[in-house]
Design a protein around this ligand. Structure first.
Ligand SMILES: *Cc1c(COP(=O)(O)O)cnc(C)c1O
Length: 341
């Protein structure tokens, strides 16, 4: 871990907040943090390590609370891995291509070389090709499964081979795993000390607005994240609302089931459209469709108040639109508009 970590981060003495120094023992009078005593409950700083929320997430996700980091969306742990492990101007990272745009944006912000490795025509990758792109200065490999914007799961054996064959950290972003039948990698954390699995409340859990992302990893990695994060990175309202949502995981199961039914209905309808060339296999709450003319169809839909994602300029996605599954009514509106195109 010391070899992987940036030297300044390894030796960092973190800020110690009032709430860190008093941790958990019974107390009645809080005169330590210069808070206003009025306006409860918003006057108090929230729990910097979100322990109650982590216990609730531990139960739902089957990962011990000590192996969980919570952030302001997945965006926070994505940025943190760069800041903790990559020396600007020196280190590099490898990632599948195409994939979620934030891995590259954060690499650019942190002045870290980003090495994309193109997926094959089935949007798959081999461990061999990813590992071939690494060198002695490669700290991270980014994998996203199910992948965005392609929608498909990546081959699990190749992911595991990448993790076991690499000396640095492998991040597997499973933002869409609730929609997939493929077993999640977060149950394999004990086997792989160099694995970080990302999850989010933004998709299946229907809580994009509250900004809550999760990283599951070894306690050593979690400790480094905790040292570098903003002291109160997850606010009280988010912690409360997430606890509320976690009380009812069956509601999420219902949403997922509905969305998967709608997904197959939408894919069938797309395949019948003369303007649809191909629909790619998906394991997520969206699908990628190759159209006759993505740009014109996108503009046509915008004129009708319907917004989809134009992925025409993304490598391997020429003329592709990415369609999120909405309600039955919303999906029906999209199909009706496309039939009139
Ligand atoms: C939507 C998405 C996320 C979620 O990001 P948040 O910051 O948690 O909202 C993460 N990863 C991928 C691949 C996504 O598509």
């Amino acid at each position: 871990m010391e070899k992987l970590c940036r030297p300044n981060i390894w030796s960092l003495a973190p800020y110690s907040s009032a709430r860190n120094e008093y941790a958990g023992r019974e107390a009645r009078v809080f005169l330590d943090a210069n808070e206003n005593p009025y306006n409860a409950p918003f006057n108090r700083y929230p729990d910097p390590l979100q322990l109650e929320l982590k216990e609730a997430i531990a139960k739902v996700k089957g990962v011990p609370a000590e192996n969980i980091f919570l952030g302001n969306g997945s965006d926070e742990p994505i940025d943190l891995v760069y800041r903790c492990f990559c020396q600007p101007g020196t280190d590099n990272v490898v990632a599948i291509e195409p994939t979620y745009g934030m891995y590259k944006v954060c690499a650019d912000i942190n002045d870290v070389e980003y090495r994309p490795v193109l997926l094959d025509e089935h949007y798959q990758i081999t461990a061999e090709r990813l590992l071939a792109a690494t060198d002695a200065r490669t700290k991270l490999i980014w994998i996203c499964s199910p992948n965005n914007p392609t929608g498909n799961n990546l081959d699990r054996e190749e992911i595991v081979k990448t993790i076991t064959g690499f000396e640095g950290l492998v991040i597997v972003d499973e933002a869409y795993s609730d929609f997939s039948a493929q077993p999640t990698l977060r149950s394999e954390l004990l086997k792989h000390p160099n694995l970080i699995v990302l999850n989010t409340m933004s998709k299946a859990w229907g809580c994009a607005a509250i900004r809550l992302g999760m990283a599951f990893a070894s306690q050593d990695i979690i400790a480094i994240f905790n040292k570098v994060k903003y002291p109160y990175n997850v606010n009280l309202l988010t912690q409360q609302q997430a606890l509320e949502a976690l009380k009812d995981p069956f509601e999420v199961d219902k949403w997922v089931k509905l969305l998967l039914e709608e997904r197959s209905r939408m894919i069938d309808a797309f395949r019948l459209l003369p303007i649809c060339v191909e629909v790619f296999p998906t394991d997520a709450n969206f699908f990628l469709a190759r159209m006759t003319d993505a740009k014109r169809i996108y503009d046509y839909l915008v004129d009708r108040g319907i917004i989809v994602r134009n992925r025409n300029r993304v490598q391997l996605c020429q003329n592709c639109l990415r369609i999120t599954i909405g309600t039955k009514t919303e999906n029906g509106e999209l199909i009706a508009a496309l039939r009139q195109y």
